[in-house]
Design a protein around this ligand. Structure first.
Ligand SMILES: Nc1ncnc2c1ncn2[C@@H]1O[C@H](COP(=O)(O)OP(=O)(O)OP(=O)(O)O)[C@@H](O)[C@H]1O
Ligand SMILES: [Mg+2]
Length: 405
C-alpha cells in the first residue's frame, strides 16, 4: 500500500481523505520504454510517479521534443484536467515504473474541498501550463539574464546563484544555463559537484563562435538539468576571457534558454560592466555588516550615475538576522533602497550542502526551512509568478513567515 501523505503534493490533505483516495486509485507497474499517455488522448487520471522516470514529449510540426522529465513525487495531468483538454503531451517511461492513477473526479473534488491542496495544484499548473499549451517550440522570448553581484566577497553570490539556477531548472522545468564568471577562482564546480574539463577558456580562440561550440563546453548538472559554463581550469587563463567573448556567448545562448544566471567575481572591471549592462536583473547580494552596507551604497550610487534603471537592481540581504546590532529596516534607510529579498542565515543547511557539492534546494534536509522558502520565493519572482513587494511589506511578511517579532 502506498501512503500518499509521503508525497509532498498530497501532504496538505487530511489523513482520512488520503485513505479515501487510496481506495479509488489504481497502482500500476510498467517496464522501461512504455508509453503511459499519448498526445491528444483523453486524460482520465492524475498520475503520480512513485518509482522511475518519465519523459514528457510534445509534437512540434511532426518532430517530438522533450519538454521536461518527471521524477518520483512528481504528478502529471493537472493542466489537462483543469483546462478540460485532451493530453497535451506523450509520456514515456525510461526506467521501470511504478505509478498511481487518481481518477480526475476524485482530484477535482479534493481541489474544491481543500484550499491548501488547491494552491499546490494552482502553483504546479502555473509552472507548467505555459510550456504545455505552447503551440510552437520557439517561444520567441530570449533568455532573461540575471546576475548576482557585489564588490565585496563572501556575500553568498555563488551559493544563492547555484541554488536559484538549480531550482529553476529542476522544479520550474525551465531551460537554465549558469555562467561562472568568477574566472580565476570560481566555486560553481564545487557547489554543484561537477567534475568536467569543459570550460569557457576553450572558447577563447574560436574565430567565429557558434552556439554548438558553446553547447559543447557546457557541463550538465545531472540532478537538475541545469547547464553550466565553468571558468578556465587554471587561474592564469582568466585574463584571456575578454568582455567581447562573454558578450558573444550571452548573445548566442539567449535564444535557446529561458534564463542565463551569472555568478561574478568581486570586482568591477570592463567585464563586469559589460555583464551588468547586458543583465535584465542585477541581484546585489549583501549581508548585514557595515562594510557591505557601505559598498552596496557606493554601488547603488554608481548604478544611478551609469543610468542603470532602478527597477533592474534588487538588493538581496543574505544571512539575515544573525549579525548583531543592525536591523534590516535601518539597512534600507541607510541604503535608501528597498531590500527585495531576505535569505536567512542557515549554516546547518548551507555548509553541509556546500561540502557535499549538492545544492540545498535538492536536499531533503532543507525541507520546511526558511532558507529553502526564501530561495523558492526568489525563484518565483524571477520566473514571473509573484511580484516582489519590495521594502517594508516584504519585511513584514518575512517576520510573519519566520516568526520574528
Ligand atoms: N544563508 C546562509 N547561511 C549560512 N551560511 C551561508 C549563507 N549563504 C552563504 N553562506 C556561507 O558563506 C560562504 C560564502 O558564500 P559564497 O561563496 O556564496 O559567497 P560569494 O559572494 O560567492 O563569495 P566570493 O565573492 O568570495 O565568491 C559560503 O561558503 C557559505 O558557507
Ligand atoms: Mg563566489
Amino acid at each position: 500500500m502506498i501512503n500518499l501523505k509521503n508525497f509532498s503534493f498530497f501532504s496538505t490533505l487530511p489523513t482520512r481523505e488520503v485513505e479515501k483516495i487510496s481506495k479509488h486509485c489504481r497502482i500500476q507497474q510498467y517496464t522501461s520504454g512504455t508509453k503511459i499517455l499519448i498526445e491528444k488522448e483523453e486524460v482520465k487520471d492524475l498520475i503520480l510517479i512513485v518509482e522511475g522516470q518519465l519523459s514528457v514529449l510534445k509534437n512540434y510540426g511532426g518532430e517530438k521534443k522533450t519538454l521536461f522529465n518527471l521524477d518520483p513525487g512528481d504528478v502529471y495531468g493537472e493542466v489537462e484536467i483543469l483546462n478540460g483538454t485532451k493530453s497535451l503531451s506523450t509520456l514515456i517511461g525510461y526506467q521501470e515504473l511504478k505509478l498511481v492513477f487518481i481518477p480526475k473526479e476524485v482530484y477535482l473534488r479534493l481541489i474544491g474541498l481543500y484550499q491548501g491542496f488547491a494552491k499546490e495544484s494552482r502553483d504546479l499548473y502555473t509552472r507548467r501550463a505555459g510550456l504545455l499549451l505552447e503551440k510552437t517550440e520557439d517561444k520567441g522570448q530570449p533568455a532573461r539574464v540575471i546576475t548576482f553581484f557585489n564588490v565585496k566577497g563572501g556575500a553568498g553570490k555563488s551559493v544563492i546563484s547555484a541554488n536559484v539556477a538549480t531550482m529553476l531548472a529542476r522544479f520550474w522545468k525551465r531551460r537554465v544555463v549558469l555562467l561562472d564568471l568568477n574566472l580565476a577562482f570560481g566555486d560553481q564546480a564545487i557547489l554543484l559537484g561537477l567534475n568536467s574539463d569543459k570550460n569557457i577558456h576553450r572558447l577563447a580562440n574560436k574565430k567565429s563562435l557558434k552556439i554548438n561550440q558553446i553547447e559543447e563546453q557546457l557541463t550538465l548538472h545531472q540532478p537538475s538539468g541545469l547547464k553550466v559554463l565553468l571558468p578556465p581550469s587554471l587561474p592564469e587563463q582568466a585574463e584571456t576571457i575578454k568582455p567581447e567573448l562573454v558578450e558573444r556567448i550571452i548573445d548566442l545562448l539567449k535564444p535557446h534558454y529561458d534564463f542565463i544566471i551569472i555568478d561574478t567575481h568581486n570586482q568591477l572591471t570592463d567585464l563586469e560592466l559589460k555583464v551588468l549592462d547586458m543583465s535584465n536583473l542585477i541581484m546585489l547580494v549583501m549581508t548585514m555588516e557595515l562594510t557591505f552596507i557601505k559598498n552596496t551604497k557606493i554601488l547603488l550610487d554608481l548604478f544611478q550615475r551609469l543610468k542603470i534603471p532602478r527597477e533592474k537592481v534588487k538588493v538581496v540581504l543574505n544571512r539575515a538576522f544573525k549579525s548583531l546590532g543592525l536591523e534590516p529596516a535601518k539597512v534600507e534607510k541607510s541604503l535608501r533602497y528597498a531590500i527585495s529579498y531576505f535569505i536567512p542565515s542557515a549554516g546547518e543547511i548551507v555548509v553541509p550542502s556546500v561540502n557535499k557539492g549538492m545544492p540545498f534546494v535538492l536536499s531533503k534536509g532543507s525541507d520546511g526551512s526558511g532558507v529553502l522558502a526564501s530561495v523558492r520565493q526568489l525563484c518565483a519572482s524571477i520566473a514571473g509568478e509573484s511580484t516582489d513587494n519590495g521594502t517594508w511589506s516584504m519585511f513584514a511578511l518575512f517576520k510573519e513567515v519566520f516568526g520574528l517579532g
